[in-house]
Each structure stands twice: as structure tokens, then as C-alpha cells.
Design a protein around this ligand. Structure first.
Ligand code: ADP
Ligand code: MG
Length: 489
């Protein structure tokens, strides 16, 4: 019996909360974290007689998203009611698009590190409202319901089953998140549920064209969780096949705490939902001219920007990747280039000291208080040799602590590099006196100690001494017979 090798087949459904201030069909706030059930009204509570009115801003964000994913945006789309019972769904139905979604037939590709790409077709993108939230830890022995999220606008992005590996699913999602952040349609905050993923997976013999029965994994809160859950589920399905059993079409819950998959329910079919067009909402009409306008306003996306940075600024590929990691960082970098002039000097500063401070202080780059021109002033001080690079880092730190400019920090704290030879000579002598044994060994021919002495003098001067001068003087102190091509300390 020749078993053909199996391949996994993966398709994703990604729910993205659009960053509108108001809900999709009423004027309630979408703000996260408010007291439970304070952002509700007759419309999102589903009280009799209340009528939904479509939020145009949400439609525009959804169209932008569709266009950015290369989708065809349909001039007419239709909201339907998806009927089911659940405690967090007060109307008894969710308003979603079913037969006539906003957009179809897109594609999104993410580059693999080390070449190649993961390219996935987008089957459809539709708008829908979010449901409420069940709270299991709020009331002792009972489940409470918070309806603030009810009616918050989402788009659901549904891929074709084009992915083959759990790791690729993760890469795809990371790329998609970055793309959506660049696009500025969502804050994509996974902890707050602004980005949620369901993953569908099946196995089939390699080379087989038809699809096998799939399962759907829900409750995936992180991208690493997606990868882990898919890996587990693929193992489980493989085990079933090996045992000669059938995979059941069902929905499974990922328990991240235990790294475990639990059955949730056998999967509903779409006819179970009794979809029908919502009689309270007219079809969504988006004028072709508006679609074209929105298309022309799309921003430059990470891949294109990275490529441009390589060409326009002659940046190494690595640097271009780092400084385009987010739109905010790329914007900041470009401003710094404008002020500093030399792109490589700019990327060194942004990738090094700036990102270090950003990370250590837990800031976002958009909140980084040292703007491009202020940073450029600091860079200038280093480039012209007023301060050393090491002191430059320290100055940045103090600028952030005190809100002062670079030149004020240097002036007020006396950090300017010292080139004055009498001061330098004094330091060199002090260091030689403090290390008589090493000095003797150096005189005796152990010239690699030169570096040690230069380092000691730099330390003694708290980084202020001009290293080139120090190097020269230390060599001179040992009679200059140290053969040396002056080493850059
Ligand atoms: P359902 O009706 O169960 O929601 P859909 O056909 O709407 O299924 O597809 C939902 C998602 O599941 C899509 O992302 C799709 O690519 C993916 N998918 C569909 N069939 C399979 C399969 N056999 N294996 C893996 N993924 C699949
Ligand atoms: Mg589905």
C-alpha cells in the first residue's frame, strides 16, 4: 500500500475592527475599556422599532482596505441578517454581508526572510457588526454580558485556502497586520480584540486538487498561537487518518494556557443561519468615482517603501527592513534623513540609539519626544567631533530625561570633547602613574597594552577626550617606538 505524502491546506478568516469613533449602525462610542453596558442604545440593543443607519466612515475604511488588498470593490453590496441565538447577541441576529459582499478577488503577499514570498488570494472582504462579550470572571458563579462592543464595525477578510504551513500562516498574518497599520484603518490591537483570526485546516494527499473536510480553530489570540494551534490540529488530523478515522467538520477552541484543542460545536452550515437581506438597510452603494478617489489616496506600503529606501537612499537591505517596520518609524526616519543629510548616518542613529530608547522607555515611535530636527542637532555635534559617539548616546538619554536640546545638554554638563593638549597630557600621565606595572610591560615591548591605556584615559575623561589625540599621546609617551599605524580607539 503506497501512502502518498500528506500536505496541509490552510485558509484564514481575519476580523479587523475599523477605527471609527462611532458604531456601524448607531452613534454610540466604540471606545475600548469603558464600564460595561455604558455605550449602548436602542439600535445596538435591538429594541423594537429602533432603526440602523449606516456609518459612512466605516464604509470608506472598508473600501480602502479592499483596494489595498487588490480586491474588486462592488458598487453595490448588501447587508444581511445572520440569525443565531447567543447571550451576547441581543437582536438574535448579526448584521453582516453574505451573498453580496463589499469586495472580492484580491491578493496579498508577504516576503519571506531570505527570499521568496507567501502569496495568498483574498476570496472576499465584507463588513459586519461585532457581537457583545461574555464575561466569565466578573460575577461569581455566573456569566455576565457586556454589550459595549455590540455593533462595532468590522471587516472580515477571507482568504482562499492557499497556505500550506502553519509558519506561513503566521508570517502572512504578521505582514497583514503591518499592512493594515500602514493603511491606518485599524489599531490592530490584538489584546483588545481589534484583530481576531479563525484558522481553517485540512489535510490531503500531495498533488490532490480537491479539498478534504476541514476544521475551524477559534479563539486564537496571538500569531504564535495560530501557528501552534494549526501545528497541533494538523497532528491530530494526521493521527485520525492513520487510525483510519474521518475528520469531522467542526469548530474547535484553542486553549492557549494548556496548548490544547477542544471541540466547541459541530460546524453550522450557512443555511443554518437563515441569512436574508436586512429589510431595515438599503443596499450599500459606493460610486465608482469615489472608489477611484480612495484608490488614488492609498499610502505607500511597507514592501514598496523598503524598496524605495534601498534605491533612493542607498540603504543596505537590512537597514531598510528595520526602519520600515512601522509606518511611524519610516516617517520618522525620512524626516531625520531630511535634517541630517546622510541616510546611512540617519539609519544608524534611528536603528541604534533611538530604537533603544524607544524600547527601554516603552514608547511608540510616534510619541518619541525628540523630533527629527532635535535629533539632527545631536548628530551634527557628533559628526563635527564636538562630542564622541558614545557621549552622543548619553546626551540623547539626557535630552529625553530633561527635555533639553542637545547643545544645551553638552554645554550645561560640560560634555564637549576635550582636544586641549595640556588637559589631555594631564590625563595620560595620571593613568600611567595609576598603572605602573602595565606601563613597564609596555615599555618592555608589550605594545598591545597601548589599547588598554587609551581605553583607561577615555574612561578617566568620562568619554570626553578626543580618542585620536589620546592615541597619539599614549604612543608618544612610550617613546613613539610602537611601530603603530594609529589605531582608532
Ligand atoms: P465555511 O462555510 O465553513 O465558513 P468557507 O468555504 O466559507 O467555509 O471558508 C472559510 C475559510 O476556510 C476560508 O478561508 C477558506 O479558504 C477556508 N477553507 C475552506 N475549505 C477549506 C479546506 N478544505 N481546508 C482548509 N481551508 C479551507
Ligand atoms: Mg465562514
Amino acid at each position: 500500500m503506497s501512502e502518498r505524502a500528506l500536505e496541509s491546506v490552510i485558509g484564514l478568516e481575519v476580523h479587523v475592527q475599523l477605527r471609527t469613533r462611532q458604531k456601524l449602525f448607531c452613534a454610540d462610542s466604540t471606545q475600548f475599556g469603558a464600564d460595561p453596558n455604558t455605550h449602548v442604545c436602542p439600535v445596538c440593543l435591538g429594541l423594537p422599532g429602533a432603526l440602523p443607519v449606516l456609518n459612512e466612515e466605516a464604509v470608506e475604511l472598508a473600501v480602502r482596505t479592499s483596494l489595498s488588498l487588490g480586491c474588486r470593490v462592488h458598487p453595490v453590496s448588501v447587508f444581511a441578517r445572520k440569525n443565531y441565538f447567543y447571550p451576547d447577541l441581543p437582536k438574535g441576529y448579526q448584521i453582516s454581508q453574505f451573498e453580496r459582499p463589499l469586495a472580492t478577488d484580491g491578493r496579498f503577499a508577504v516576503e519571506r526572510e531570505g527570499g521568496g514570498e507567501v502569496s495568498v488570494r483574498i476570496r472576499r472582504l465584507h463588513m459586519e457588526e461585532d457581537a457583545g462579550k461574555s464575561l466569565h470572571d466578573r460575577v461569581e458563579g455566573a456569566t455576565a454580558v457586556d454589550l459595549n462592543r455590540t455593533g462595532v464595525p468590522l471587516v472580515e477578510i477571507v482568504t482562499e485556502p492557499d497556505l500550506r504551513e502553519p509558519a506561513d500562516a503566521r508570517l502572512f498574518l504578521q505582514g497583514l497586520k503591518r499592512h493594515l497599520e500602514y493603511l491606518d484603518v485599524s489599531d490592530c490591537n490584538m489584546e483588545e480584540g481589534s484583530l481576531r483570526v479563525d484558522a481553517n485546516v485540512s489535510l490531503r494527499p500531495r498533488g490532490e486538487a480537491s479539498l478534504s473536510t476541514k476544521t475551524e480553530l477559534k479563539n486564537l489570540n496571538t500569531f504564535s498561537g495560530v501557528e501552534k494551534a494549526l501545528t497541533r490540529e494538523i497532528e491530530r488530523q494526521r493521527g485520525l487518518r492513520d487510525a483510519g478515522e474521518l475528520v469531522q467538520h467542526q469548530t474547535l477552541l484553542w486553549d492557549a494556557g494548556r496548548s490544547e484543542i477542544r471541540p466547541m460545536r459541530t460546524k453550522e452550515e450557512s443555511h443554518d443561519y437563515r441569512y436574508f437581506p436586512d429589510p431595515d438597510l438599503p443596499p450599500v452603494v459606493v460610486a465608482e468615482s469615489r472608489i477611484e478617489e480612495l484608490r488614488s489616496e492609498l499610502p505607500e506600503f511597507p514592501r514598496a517603501r523598503r524598496q524605495r529606501f534601498i534605491e533612493q537612499y542607498a540603504l543596505p537591505d537590512y537597514d531598510a527592513g528595520v526602519v520600515t517596520a512601522s509606518r511611524g518609524l519610516a516617517d520618522y526616519f525620512e524626516e531625520v534623513v531630511d535634517s541630517v543629510g546622510d541616510p546611512k548616518v540617519a539609519s544608524n542613529w534611528v536603528m541604534g540609539p533611538v530604537l533603544q530608547e524607544v524600547n527601554e522607555r516603552g514608547l511608540g515611535i510616534v510619541d518619541f519626544p525628540v523630533g527629527a530636527t532635535a535629533l539632527a542637532e545631536l548628530v551634527q555635534l557628533v559628526e563635527e567631533g564636538t562630542i564622541s559617539h558614545r557621549v552622543g548616546r548619553e546626551v540623547l538619554h539626557r535630552m529625553l530625561d530633561s527635555g533639553r536640546t542637545a547643545s544645551r545638554v553638552v554645554e550645561e554638563e560640560g560634555l564637549a570633547q576635550v582636544r586641549d593638549s595640556s588637559a589631555l597630557e594631564g590625563w595620560v600621565l595620571e593613568v600611567l602613574e595609576a598603572h605602573p606595572e602595565e606601563a613597564d610591560r609596555c615599555r618592555g615591548g608589550e605594545h598591545r597594552l597601548i589599547g588598554f591605556f587609551v581605553g583607561q584615559v577615555m574612561r578617566h575623561s568620562r568619554g570626553k577626550a578626543d580618542p585620536k589625540e589620546v592615541n597619539r599621546m599614549v604612543r608618544a609617551a612610550f617613546g613613539g617606538e610602537t611601530d603603530g599605524s594609529p589605531s582608532e580607539a
